[in-house]
Design a protein. Structure first.
Length: 179
């Protein structure tokens, strides 16, 4: 697999992530759906498990950015330990390593992986997504046109490129340059 193949998959995931966040408004699910589709690795259970994780978990803003959490879930989907290896404490090292790599990219780009911190980086302020007026201001400030859409798209690209790098071009039979 060449670097161009990983870039093609990353670009496809970025486009899908941006579009899904713009249309469906759920950062964690949008990043998961985008990467799964771009790489041909669908898993409905992983997508459904992300439901409550948008907006820093339950829209609280206090937890990790949903796009970051979705990345950790995708790394777990591909590299995490299963029920048959729960006893093996080293079985999840790859998922930890890759999630930390994503964490470092969030810190370098946004200064945080916490939802409110990422909001401050892209909006210049944070919002209380549980307050109807602040939620309206969040939407009006471009949350689903260029702000959160951009974060989700960027994260989807990073995640897809990392998975392709680790698993090779045969990820789920994906040929992202043909999609």
């Amino acid at each position: 697999m060449s670097d161009r193949d990983g870039e093609a998959c990353g670009e496809r995931a970025r486009e899908l992530g941006f579009a899904y966040e713009g249309e469906y408004h759920h950062c964690a699910q949008s990043v998961i759906a985008a990467v799964q589709e771009a790489l041909g690795i669908p898993d409905e259970a992983v997508l459904r498990a992300a439901t409550g994780l948008a907006g820093g978990a339950g829209l609280s803003g206090e937890g990790s950015c949903g796009a970051f959490v979705g990345g950790g879930m995708l790394f777990g989907q591909r590299f995490g330990r299963g029920r048959d290896s729960l006893h093996d404490r080293d079985a999840d090292d790859k998922a930890y390593e890759l999630t930390y790599e994503l964490y470092e990219r969030f810190i370098e780009t946004y200064g945080s992986c916490v939802c409110r911190g990422v909001q401050r980086a892209v909006f210049g302020r944070s919002f209380d997504l549980l307050d109807p007026e602040d939620k309206e201001a969040f939407d009006a400030a471009g949350a689903h046109t260029d702000k959160c859409t951009g974060v989700v798209g960027t994260a989807a690209r990073w995640i897809a490129e990392i998975i392709v790098r680790e698993e090779g071009y045969e990820v789920g039979g994906a040929n992202c340059s043909d999609r």
